[in-house]
Design a protein around this ligand. Sequence first.
Ligand SMILES: Cc1ncc(COP(=O)(O)O)c(C=O)c1O
Length: 179
Amino acid sequence: MTIKELLALEESAEEGLQNTWLGYTKTKGSHELREDISAIYSKITAEDMTVCTGAQEPIFLLSHAILSPDDEVIVQSPCYQSLQSVPESIGCKVLNWDVHYEGNRPTFDIGHLKNLISNKTKAIYLNAPHNPTGFLFTKEEQQAIVELARANNIIILCDEVYRELEHSPEFAIPAFADA
Ligand SMILES: Cc1ncc(COP(=O)(O)O)c(C=O)c1O
């Protein structure tokens, strides 16, 4: 898609772009943009969010905000490399929550996740829908993960860069931030 095609999607978009101020904006992103983004969540408001450039930047920022070298992080594996390499670069021990295959179907076993949790676990890094397997949790699995994290005071980072690309809306699950 070109910028011209993109701007054609909304009547006043071209004029809006031409009048865009190029000085400093709010660090968290403009209020208007955050309001628009909040429409894809049910409980998350503009006040709760910080706009980032792409998905790598928030993985880096959040990791540096919450992790210390003594922490352990559980990461769905295989994964988009930053989800593993950024915690490692901070000095954390990274434990892999490995995919299993039932025939051709990738699955992630909640019992296995439970076994990986220790009193040093600071965060669980997820990616849903998952790159590279295409796996997506059911709502029940999502709730079980949220409850495990809550019970153990663990932060969930879920990379949802492929959310809304489900093959059918019936497979969609809430954003982890909402869950
Ligand atoms: C799961 C996942 N997270 C993050 C990214 C990076 O996103 P961005 O290029 O928007 O920083 C990718 C890109 O392939 C990805 O597959």
